[in-house]
Design a protein around this ligand. Structure first.
Ligand code: NDP
Ligand code: HSE
Length: 444
């Protein structure tokens, strides 16, 4: 670990880039380690040494591994110091982090952050502050951990028209669902393991209830569609209601269950465009590429008019993988400071409205236990027809006086599908609605 050095010229003749690091937990400790171990290499790439000016943590006494002279519990004071050029924020949450980052940006200090919760709510305000002072705002680590995904969206695909971004963006829930699918492991024990491995958020309900993925979907939709989409605009369902029997049922049908973030550009019949952004469990065929994405890995498809289909895959959580993305941003910021130039600014000129979930076209898989007698299938089919929902496939398996019925629909507005399920649940002939899950990756 390097120690504090006075701000001055490096041997190469360049003043060091001085970094205030806020937070030194799962991700921050790996950033600090790599900054030290790879100091020479990073200096060569950035064009100047990149050194730690200070590290703010909540409990400095719990960090004997860090140089005491760097440690503080006063993040606000560290951010405001004159010898700080760049702030790397790895604390998480919205307050008080928001005010620290606004202070930094207002003072012209560039910010690198992994904080998707903050960006999904306040990126407009942060970008405005960065624009006003000429600072950079980079956040590659905020979505999909190590995977270079935001830079391609912000820069490489800036000349293309993106139509869809869909994928697995939460490592914790993918770890849980993969384990439940592979071994039938219980939900709670798998979540504990994901936390132990450093994948889960400080409050793991952010992962399990889909908040983390919804924040990431908001960031992805904003970048892909050049519009402001916040976490509140994203339809969100977590995996808390996905049961071992859902996964078993999916397996029987040659499918599995994944929590997907789906961001789409939707064009209405009159040509007007809107954005749909949603996070929910999805049943996909086992032959689908996303079905094979296990553990804390993430995978994201991007579809664009000219580029066609692109897939990004890699480690979506964990200290070292996330630190890789943070350091990539830090080198970019340092290069800009050394050589001049700015990182990409906010691009929200399209200002597309967000389409409500009820109007978003989806497909359902509905599994029912029904009475096994004449006319039952007709009653069920009538409920679908009454809501304008077209059935794609029906499968029936009999057991004593009960039949197990699986219905897969064609695309229909989500609200129509919900209403259909509500009506079916009330039919006398339906003993139980066993499972309802949206379907992706099959021909509509
Ligand atoms: P941790 O909980 O492991 O670490 C948080 C750090 O912030 C700790 O060092 C803690 O101090 C410090 N901290 C908390 N409150 C304060 C405060 N008031 N003042 C100063 N320091 C404070 O979090 P992670 O490293 O897992 O996550 C950090 C960020 O990275 C979050 O935004 C998260 O969403 C994001 N992220 C995390 C990934 C992961 O896989 N873990 C992946 C991608 C993004 P102390 O050590 O003393 O408790
Ligand atoms: N908790 C997050 C996840 C960390 O599990 O994906 C990576 O953003």
């Amino acid at each position: 670990m390097s120690t504090v050095s006075p701000k001055g010229l490096s041997p190469a003749g360049r003043a060091p880039i001085r970094v205030a690091m806020l937070g030194c937990g799962t991700v921050g400790s790996e950033v600090a380690r790599l900054l030290t171990e790879q100091a020479g290499e990073l200096a060569a790439r950035a064009g100047a040494p990149v050194e730690l000016a200070g590290i703010a943590v909540r409990r400095p006494d719990k960090h004997p591994e860090l140089p005491a002279e760097l440690l503080t519990d006063d993040a606000a004071a560290l951010v405001a110091r004159d010898d700080v050029d760049v702030v790397v924020e790895l604390v998480g949450g919205i307050d008080p982090v928001r005010s620290w980052l606004l202070t930094a940006l207002n003072a012209g200090k560039s910010v690198v952050t992994a904080n998707k919760a903050l960006l999904a709510e306040h990126s407009a305000e942060l970008f405005e502050a960065a624009d006003a002072s000429g600072a950079d705002l980079y956040f590659e680590a905020a979505v999909a951990g190590a995977i270079p995904l935001l830079r391609p969206l912000r820069e490489s695909l800036a000349g293309d028209r993106i139509t869809r971004v869909m994928g697995i963006v939460n490592g914790t829930t993918n770890y849980i669902l993969s384990a439940m699918d592979a071994t039938g492991a219980g939900y709670a024990e798998t979540l504990d393991e994901a936390s132990r491995l450093g994948y889960a958020e400080a409050d793991p309900t952010a992962d399990v209830d889909g908040y983390d993925a919804a924040s990431k979907a908001a960031i992805l939709a904003s970048l892909a569609f050049h519009s402001r989409v916040t976490a509140k605009d994203v339809h969100r369902e977590g995996i808390a209601d996905v049961t071992a029997s859902d996964l078993a049922a999916a397996r029987t049908l040659g499918r599995t269950v994944k929590l997907l973030a789906i961001c789409e550009r939707v064009t209405a019949d009159d040509g007007t465009e809107s954005v749909s952004a949603r996070v929910h469990p999805v049943m996909i065929p086992r032959s689908h590429q996303l079905a094979g994405v296990g553990g804390a890995f993430n995978a994201v498809y991007v579809e664009a008019d000219a580029a066609g289909e692109l897939m990004f895959y890699g480690q979506g959580a964990g200290g070292a993988p996330t630190a890789s993305a943070v350091l990539g941003d830090l080198v970019a910021v340092a290069r800009n400071q050394v050589h001049g130039g700015r990182g990409p600014r906010e691009s929200a000129h399209a200002a597309l409205p967000v389409r409500p979930m009820g109007q978003t076209p989806t497909r359902y898989h509905v599994s029912l236990d029904v009475a096994d007698r004449a006319g039952v299938l007709a009653q069920v089919a009538q409920a679908f027809a009454a809501h304008g929902v077209s059935i794609a496939a029906v499968r029936q398996r009999d057991a004593n006086d009960t039949a197990s019925l699986v219905v897969v629909t064609h695309l229909a507005p989500d609200a129509a599908l919900q209403s259909t399920v509500d009506e079916i649940a009330k039919l006398d002939v339906v003993h139980e609605v066993v499972s309802v899950m949206r379907v992706e990756g099959e021909d509509a």
